[in-house]
Design a protein around this ligand. Structure first.
Ligand SMILES: *[C@@H]1O[C@H](CO)[C@@H](O)[C@H](O)[C@H]1NC(C)=O
Ligand SMILES: *[C@@H]1O[C@H](CO)[C@@H](O)[C@H](O)[C@H]1NC(C)=O
Length: 441
């Protein structure tokens, strides 16, 4: 016997069954699959639909536990703990404990950007609680003045028209909650550099101005000026230049100062260097030379070919005295010679602490002291006022001081007759040579 109500119930159940096409939580699933989201039919034991691992039954639904993936907070088990929230700021989004929520015994379950501090989730510095009680990065959050951003995030700025937001300052790129230095931006350590955009970025601590650069061997395509100091971008990769050597940090250190076994280890790349030291030997500059950058520069009194060979860093007025018989680095005319009275260029003397060309010498454009003889003149007085028996000769516009007829140039002077007290055939030869030197060469 069926009552009318029973019949109605059966109809409803059939309709529900047809709509769902399977079994709900707690129902037998021996032959029919479970339909409730995140419910499973146990492989062993009683075959009734139950919530899968990571989910808890709340009413007729399976709700995500802390740590389980979610799309919205409605997916999370907010019955067990009302402070559960879907941390949509995390990747992937999972159910977590809201900012300020109790995290006792669940210290690893606070939302991203938060830590469990004295049993409550709290947003970290550089993070800010939003209306959903999630911890959003200060970067991207609204601000009024720059200090709203810089107070927690270094190298940030408050920018935008209308509603302003915290952004990274020029030269910096957002990486997580921080502003990281771009290539070419100042840094103290590599941790300051944006090694996400450029994995080979490094703080070039060997450079005079420490900035983020590309490591040795790093790709420098389109960034040819961004290799670390001492390196060049060669066929799209940074490579240490000659006179430099890659160190363990992939920076390019000078060969000078690096370890060596024999002198050739140093001199093969750095001229005038040496391999010295007791125990561990290092490349140093040879005696008479001083390290300037990656090179050994000639000291005052050391042989040179051009001024580029001289140490013009220690002595800015150093010059290669190419007018001297033996070319050595000396102090220019007018240069300070305090304590270095014997280091003025040839034809000059150290007078009251400054090198000055002597009588019979004239400062040239290189600040060397050239003999008046051979230098330009407009009238004889320009010559014989300092050098006896000299005259101003030549064609107008290119006249030079030369010795009078019967006199020959001897250093800075015009001497009567032949040079150097030579006699006989030698005297004749010297006179002819002097004549050729003065008038032809
Ligand atoms: C220089 O030469 C001119 C012309 O020969 C002469 O008049 C003058 O006295 C000379 N001066 C000196 C200082 O010798
Ligand atoms: C050479 O110069 C000296 C000094 O000016 C002068 O006394 C002398 O007469 C000159 N000699 C000749 C040959 O011009």
């Amino acid at each position: 016997m069926y009552r009318k109500s029973d019949f109605f119930t059966i109809i409803v159940l059939v309709l529900v069954f047809e709509q769902t096409g399977g079994m709900a939580l707690g129902e037998d699933c021996t032959s029919t699959a479970c339909t409730t989201a995140n419910a499973v039919c146990p492989a062993t034991g009683t075959k009734t639909c139950t919530c899968a691992t990571g989910y808890t039954q709340q009413g007729t639904a399976c709700k995500a536990d802390l740590g389980t993936a979610c799309t919205t907070t409605a997916d999370c088990d907010t019955t067990t703990a009302a402070t559960d929230v879907c941390d949509v700021l995390a990747t992937p989004a999972v159910c977590k404990i809201k900012s300020t929520g109790d995290c006792t015994g669940k210290t690893d379950k606070c939302v991203s950007g938060a830590a469990c501090t004295t049993n409550a989730c709290a947003c970290y510095t550089k993070y800010k609680e939003n209306t959903d009680k999630l911890c959003a990065t200060v970067l991207g959050s609204t601000c009024t003045i720059t200090a709203d951003c810089t107070s927690t995030v270094a190298n940030s700025d408050c920018t935008g028209t209308g509603t302003k937001t915290c952004t990274c300052a020029t030269g910096y790129t957002k990486q997580g909650a921080e502003c990281k230095a771009d290539l070419g931006t100042a840094c103290t350590t590599t941790a300051d550099c944006d090694t996400t955009t450029t994995t080979t970025a490094v703080c070039d601590v060997l450079a005079t101005t420490k900035v983020c650069k590309i490591k040795s061997t790093g790709d420098c395509t389109g960034k040819t000026d961004k290799c670390v100091s001492g390196a060049a971008c060669t066929t799209n990769a940074c490579a240490c230049s000659t006179k430099y050597k890659e160190n363990t940090d992939k920076l390019c250190v000078t060969v000078l100062g690096s370890t060596c076994t024999i002198t050739a280890d140093c001199t093969s790349t750095v001229a005038n260097s040496d391999c010295t030291g007791t125990g561990t030997k290092t490349c140093t500059c040879a005696t008479g030379y001083t390290k300037q950058g990656a090179e050994c520069k000639a000291d005052l009194g050391t042989a040179c070919t051009t001024t580029a060979d001289c140490d013009t860093t220690t002595t800015t007025t150093a010059v290669c005295d190419v007018l001297a018989t033996t070319k050595v680095c000396k102090i220019k005319s007018t240069g300070d010679c305090t304590g270095k009275t014997d280091k003025c260029v040839s034809g000059a003397a150290c007078k009251t602490n400054a090198c000055a060309c002597s009588t019979k010498y004239k400062e040239n454009t290189d600040k060397l002291c050239a003999t008046v003889l051979g230098s330009t003149c407009t009238a004889t007085a320009d010559c014989n006022s300092t050098v006896a028996n000299s005259t101003c000769t030549g064609t107008s516009g290119s006249m030079t001081c030369t010795c009078d007829a019967g006199f020959t140039k001897q250093g800075a002077d015009c001497s009567a007759g032949a040079a150097g007290g030579a006699t006989g055939a030698a005297a004749c030869l010297v006179m002819i040579m002097a004549c050729i030197f003065t008038n032809i060469l």
